[in-house]
Design a protein around this ligand. Structure first.
Ligand code: ADP
Ligand code: MG
Length: 506
């Protein structure tokens, strides 16, 4: 059910995403030119004759890009087509010097077929999002309209760089047999999952800010309980999670309003305005482009052997979903496991801290999520090395946190002291937690003799509370514990204090 301004409507959302990720590779999909099109690279310096379609130039398929696509396909739990083709998609635009984009034909199996990824659904339960296909294609160049007042410039460095387009599946023929995205939040979780899979595999940086991941967003609405899918619109070229969610919200509201006023939604291609969060028609179905797809006569069909697929399977690292399952088996809940697999850097940091001691998992997770996540400057997840210098923000390493957690479980310090040590580290105190504890005399008192003495003093000083406690007001135990802790300068082991107090008061 879709809510508008906190009010539940009788409408539900159907969302399909076409996600482009830029394939990490040294050279382009069909030429030997460098695939580095960073803004720091001089324009039109990474361009071969093939990229700008000089007559007589022939494309040669980059095997590495194909392997990257296979890797991603396996990461999407998808079928890899043993045979697929390349086709020309014709259209005119100044960022496309060939006059066509080499892609894979829409009607035939692309390199990656049906698959799925698992996300957390809005009900907090795991949910599969079905994938229809992923195909390889060329990226276009970039136009620059802000260099000159009356001229536009074209930079072809990006022309021909490999893209993988991943399309979610909607089974319109059998509406019962479906699993698709139904809310803006699920759309974001799906895109984050795609991003993490791509990064874990080294297939793409999948970074929306730098444009190595972009999405087209298809949205339709239908009355709750209805079986048919209604007409959708497609909002093109979205480059941030925030805008994608806002575009979905806006489109859904717009379509619901049209239906509620007795109108019909037309299958339009929309553009999103970042300035006011609205969508507007870019072209209507009548103006839909006819791309006149036809098989590229310069390229042979792509055949992939079973051995190649098997070889790549063996190189697959643990993917985020498997990491989450492993963390849950270490005793974390779904939420913690999800937070700690938001990036491979974070999950590696967690693994390094836990080491070979599963008992550390839960406390390490708690410290990371409730403390470290709030201080990103103090735990350079990529370069987790100790660069501490007194007085400056220091880096807290996985070893530091492991040591701190171990000191608590060994009763060397209590939780309050651990927090103090932690804050000192955040403030730039140098050394390991043990060294800091020694330096500041933070040792937990577990010596029962010393604690007994403090307990007796507190009991002697508060006769009326003792009276009340003995006559049944057992809630006063906290009062006594607090006073004993105060008397020991916060150093006593709280468990021991509790035990001795109960003994002496009974
Ligand atoms: P096209 O080739 O025109 O882009 P596709 O059939 O490949 O269209 O679909 C593109 C995306 O739109 C897919 O993710 C698909 O699941 C989604 N989609 C298709 N029909 C609908 C619909 N009625 N509502 C929402 N999404 C849809
Ligand atoms: Mg499309």
């Amino acid at each position: 059910m879709f809510t508008i301004k906190g009010k539940t409507t009788d409408w539900e959302l159907v969302i399909g995403l076409e996600t482009h990720i830029e394939v990490l590779s040294n050279s382009k999909l069909f030429s030997g030119a460098s695939a580095d099109y960073n803004p720091t690279v001089a324009p039109n310096t990474q361009v071969s004759m093939v990229d700008v379609a000089m007559p007589g130039m022939l494309p040669v398929l980059n095997e590495y890009c194909v392997e990257q696509a296979i890797k991603m396909g396996l990461g999407l739990n998808a079928e890899i087509s043993r045979k697929s083709k390349f086709a020309r998609k014709q259209y005119f635009y100044p960022d496309l010097p060939q006059g066509y984009q080499i892609s894979q034909p829409a009607e035939e199996p692309p390199i990656v077929g049906r698959g799925w990824v698992e996300i957390m659904g809005d009900d907090g339960q795991p949910k599969k999002i079905f994938i229809e296909r992923a195909h390889l294609e060329q990226d276009a160049g970039k136009l620059k309209h802000d260099v000159h007042p009356t001229k536009s410039f074209a930079d072809y460095n990006r022309t021909g760089v490999a893209l993988l387009e991943i399309v979610t599946y909607l089974n319109t023929k059998d509406p019962e047999n479906n699993s698709y995205i139904t809310s803006p939040d699920e759309a974001e979780r799906y895109l984050r999952e795609i991003r993490e899979i791509a990064r874990a595999l080294g297939v793409s940086k999948a970074n929306m800010e730098e444009g190595s991941m972009r999405a087209d967003v298809n949205v339709s609405v239908r009355p709750v309980g209805s079986k048919e899918f209604r007409t959708r619109t497609e909002t093109k070229n979205m480059v941030s999670f925030k805008f994608i969610k806002s575009a979905i919200e806006y489109e859904a509201r717009r379509q619901i309003e049209i239906y509620e006023n007795g109108g019909t939604v037309s299958q339009d291609t929309m553009r999103y305005s970042q300035a006011d969060g609205t969508t507007s028609v870019m072209r209507s179905k009548e103006d839909a482009l006819d791309y006149r797809y036809f098989p590229d006569p310069d390229l042979l069909p792509l055949e992939i052997s079973e051995e190649t697929i098997e070889r790549i399977k063996k190189t697959m690292p643990e993917l985020p979903a498997a990491t989450r399952a492993r963390f849950i088996s270490l005793g974390l809940n779904e939420y913690d496991a999800a937070r700690l697999t938001e990036s491979t850097d974070i999950s590696k940091w967690f693994d390094a801290a836990v080491g070979d001691k599963p008992a550390r998992a839960k406390p390490i997770a708690n410290w990371m999520i409730s403390e470290l996540f709030a201080h990103p400057e103090n735990w350079d997840v990529k370069n987790a090395v100790d660069t501490s210098e007194s007085g400056e923000a220091r880096i807290i390493t996985p070893e530091n946190l492991a040591e701190l957690v171990d000191m608590i479980s060994a009763n060397e310090i209590n939780g309050k002291q651990a927090k103090e040590i932690f804050i000192k580290m955040l403030d730039g105190e140098s050394g390991t937690p043990k060294e800091i504890a020694d330096r500041f005399g933070m040792k937990q008192i577990t010596d029962t003799g010393a604690i007994e003495k403090a307990v007796e003093d507190v009991i002697a000083a508060n006769p009326s509370q003792v009276e009340q406690y003995k006559s049944g007001k057992v809630g006063l135990l906290g009062f006594f514990v607090g006073n004993v802790m105060k008397a020991t300068g916060g150093k006593a082991n709280p468990a021991v204090v509790n035990e001795i107090l109960k003994q002496k008061l009974s």
